[in-house]
Design a protein around this ligand. Structure first.
Ligand SMILES: Cc1cc2nc3c(=O)[nH]c(=O)nc-3n(C[C@H](O)[C@H](O)[C@H](O)COP(=O)(O)O)c2cc1C
Length: 182
């Protein structure tokens, strides 16, 4: 699996995981390209699950100021912190996460208390459209998102890239088989 950023993009370690013994395996985390679907299939996955890439689409429910924050973010800005809910969540770092990272900051409250604390702050952040304090759950693929696109365009690009990857692999397979046959 491709990794973007300093550490693995996948909350599940980039490996296909099994939902259930009788169901197929799916791959999730850090997926934004069709070639990753081909790679996941090669590893035994039957499908992929994408989260972050939909946040910046025209159909996403996020407000324009939230999308702007996502488009400006780099892969390294998607950090794992407890300061949103009390549990580790990969999210956009901001002045909110930095304040909780400060050496003199109080300890993060256990869930659900930190989430309740954050909810009030979030309402004020939204009211003021404060991009500098804005955090949102997002994976490291956020670093590849630069402008609003339609779901249709994102899907088309995924499918095209998947088809290209399969063609490259088929050519490699044919070359390998020809080498074996000689
Ligand atoms: C809006 C949003 C909310 C999420 N909420 C959670 C969550 O509550 N718990 C969790 O473990 N992961 C959460 N995730 C992480 C997803 O599990 C992760 O995005 C998914 O594996 C797909 O990876 P990707 O975003 O790199 O495509 C969230 C992701 C997004 C985009």
């Amino acid at each position: 699996m491709r990794q973007c950023g300093a550490c693995g993009a996948s909350p599940r370690g980039g490996r296909p995981y099994r939902h259930h013994q009788h169901h197929g395996a799916g791959a999730a985390g850090g997926i934004s390209q069709g070639r990753q679907l081909a790679a996941a299939q090669a590893l035994g996955a039957e499908g992929i699950w994408c989260g972050t890439i939909w946040l910046g689409t025209r159909e996403s429910e996020l407000a324009p100021y939230e999308k702007a924050a996502l488009f400006q973010a780099r892969a390294e800005d998607a950090v794992q912190r407890k300061s949103m809910t009390g549990k580790p969540v990969r999210l956009l770092q901001s002045r909110w996460t930095e304040a909780w990272d400060a050496p003199d900051a109080p300890p993060v409250l256990p869930p659900p208390l930190q989430g309740l604390l954050y909810r009030d702050a979030r309402a004020r952040i939204d009211r003021g459209q404060r991009q500098d304090f804005y955090s949102y759950p997002a994976g490291q693929v956020v670093g590849t998102m630069t402008a609003e696109r339609s779901v249709r365009d994102v899907m088309r690009e995924l499918i095209d890239d998947y088809a290209d990857a399969l063609e490259r692999l088929a050519a490699r397979r044919d070359a390998a088989m020809a080498g074996v046959a000689v």
